[in-house]
Write a protein that binds this ligand. Structure first.
Ligand code: SF4
Length: 397
C-alpha cells in the first residue's frame, strides 16, 4: 500500500483529556469484577496496538472507500460489504458512486433504480434499507450522516457492526466492531474457545473488542483487524509466521490457532425444485414482480408454477422444457426447470405482472435467477424477438 490510510484531521479520534484516558461508555465489560481480557492481553494491550497499527500502516489494503474518508462512502461500502467479498464489492462500489454520488441523489432516486444498481450484489433488502435510510438522512439530518453509533443505529439497515464501523472510521469515535474477520482474529488472540454462532455467541467477542479498543485511532484499529483477518488470520490456514500479533496470540501459544473459532453444527442445506415459465406473446415476454416477504422482494422475474391466477387467462399453448439451471439463496439450493410457451392473449391487468419487450429485459431490476433463466431461454429456446423500437419499461397488463 502506497500511503498510510489517514482520517481527515477533523475526524480523527479526539485525544484523551489531559490527566486521564477518554471515558468509555459503560457496558458488560465495565461491570465490577468483570474483565473479558485474559491477563496477558490486558497487560500487553499497548504493544498489541502498536504492532497491529504499524502493520496496517505498512501493508493495509488500498481500497477505494479508504481514499479520502467520507461518511457517505464509508456507509455505502460497509453496507455492500455485509455478506459480500471485498473483491466483488470494489466494482459495484465504483458504479454505485457514479450513479449516486451523494446521499441526496440516492434519496431522490426511484427505488427501482437503486435495486437496478444493486443487481449482482444480492440481499436486496440491504438496498431497500439503504434507500430508506438515505431519505431519513436527508429529511431528518439535513443530508449529513449522524456521527454517533446510537444515532446511526436509528437508521434502517444499520446494526451494531455497521454503526461502529461508520462512527469509528468516518468520525473517529471510539467504537468497536465485530464482523467475520475481526471476530476470528479477536477469538484467536484471546484463545476464546467457546462457540461463536449466533448473537449470544458473539457477546463475549464484543466485550473483548471493546476492552481491547485503543484509546486513539479506533477507526484504523478496526480496519486493521478486518485486514488481518482477511489476509493473514484466515479461516482455515492462519499464516502465523507473518502475523504482527503472533508474540501476543494466546491461540498460537496454546496450539489452538487452527481450532478457533469454534463453531456449532452447520446449517442444513435445503434442496428445492421449481419450474419457471417463460411466456412469450410475439416479441414480448411475461414478467412478475416478487412480492412482499419473498426472496428478492420488488424485483422482476419469470412466474413459477403453479401461478394459475396469472397463467390461466393467457390461453397458453403447450409448454416445452428448454433446460435447467440452479441457484442458491440463504441455505437453500434450488433446481429450476425452465419451460417455455406461447400466450394467445395478454390477459387482464394485474399489479406486479407486465409484458415487456424481450430486448428490454436488461433494463429491468431483475433477480439473478431471472437473469439466468432469460439467458438459458435465449440460448436454448429461441425466445428472442427482434429489438423493438423504443423498447421500454414494462407496461401493466
Ligand atoms: S498468530 Fe496466527 S492465529 Fe494468532 S492472530 Fe496471528 S494469524 Fe491469527
Amino acid at each position: 500500500m502506497a500511503k498510510e490510510p489517514r482520517l481527515p484531521r477533523r475526524e480523527r479520534t479526539p485525544r484523551p483529556a489531559a490527566g486521564g484516558p477518554k471515558p468509555r461508555r459503560a457496558g458488560p465489560a465495565d461491570a465490577p469484577g468483570h474483565d473479558p481480557l485474559p491477563a496477558p492481553l490486558r497487560a500487553g494491550s499497548a504493544p498489541i496496538h502498536d504492532a497491529l497499527l504499524g502493520w496496517f500502516t505498512r501493508v493495509g489494503r488500498d481500497l477505494p472507500w479508504r481514499r479520502g474518508i467520507d461518511p457517505y462512502r464509508t456507509w455505502i461500502s460497509e453496507v455492500m460489504l455485509q455478506q459480500t467479498q471485498v473483491d466483488r464489492v470494489v466494482d459495484f462500489f465504483h458504479r454505485f458512486m457514479e450513479r449516486f454520488p451523494t446521499v441526496e441523489r440516492l434519496a431522490e432516486a426511484p427505488e427501482a433504480d437503486v435495486l437496478r444498481a444493486w443487481e449482482g450484489l444480492g440481499y436486496y433488502r440491504r438496498a431497500r434499507q439503504l434507500h430508506a435510510a438515505a431519505k431519513r438522512i436527508v429529511a431528518d439530518h439535513g443530508g449529513r450522516l449522524p456521527s454517533t453509533a446510537p444515532e446511526l443505529r436509528e437508521l434502517p439497515g444499520i446494526g451494531r457492526y455497521t454503526a461502529g464501523a461508520i462512527a469509528s472510521i468516518a468520525f473517529g469515535r471510539a467504537e468497536p466492531i465485530v464482523e467475520a474477520n475481526s471476530r476470528r482474529v479477536l477469538a484467536r488472540l484471546a484463545a476464546h474457545a467457546a462457540p461463536l454462532d449466533g448473537t449470544a455467541g458473539d457477546g463475549p467477542i464484543w466485550e473483548i473488542a471493546t476492552a481491547l479498543l485503543p484509546p486513539r485511532s479506533a477507526g484504523l484499529w478496526n480496519q486493521a483487524l478486518m485486514d488481518l483477518g482477511a489476509t493473514v488470520c484466515t479461516p482455515r490456514s492462519p499464516i502465523c509466521s507473518r502475523c504482527p500479533l503472533a508474540p501476543h496470540c494466546l491461540a498460537l501459544k496454546t496450539g489452538q490457532a487452527g481450532a478457533i473459532p469454534v463453531s456449532t453444527a452447520r446449517r442444513t442445506v435445503i434442496d428445492l425444485d421449481e419450474t419457471a415459465v417463460v411466456v412469450r406473446r410475439g416479441a414480448k415476454v411475461l414478467v412478475v414482480r416478487r412480492g412482499v416477504g419473498e426472496w428478492w422482494e420488488g424485483l422482476w422475474d419469470f412466474p413459477r408454477l403453479p401461478a394459475k391466477e396469472i397463467l390461466a387467462p393467457l390461453g397458453c399453448g403447450r409448454r416445452r422444457v428448454v433446460g435447467t439451471c440452479s441457484y442458491t439463496v440463504t441455505h437453500h439450493r434450488v433446481a429450476v426447470t425452465v419451460a417455455a410457451c406461447q400466450a394467445s392473449c395478454q390477459g387482464p391487468r394485474r399489479d406486479g405482472v407486465a409484458w415487456i419487450d424481450w430486448e428490454a429485459l436488461g433494463t429491468l431490476a431483475m433477480t439473478s435467477p431471472g437473469r439466468r433463466i432469460a439467458a438459458l431461454a435465449e440460448r436454448e429456446g429461441g425466445m428472442v424477438g427482434r429489438p423493438a423500437a423504443g423498447a421500454s419499461r414494462p407496461r401493466r397488463g
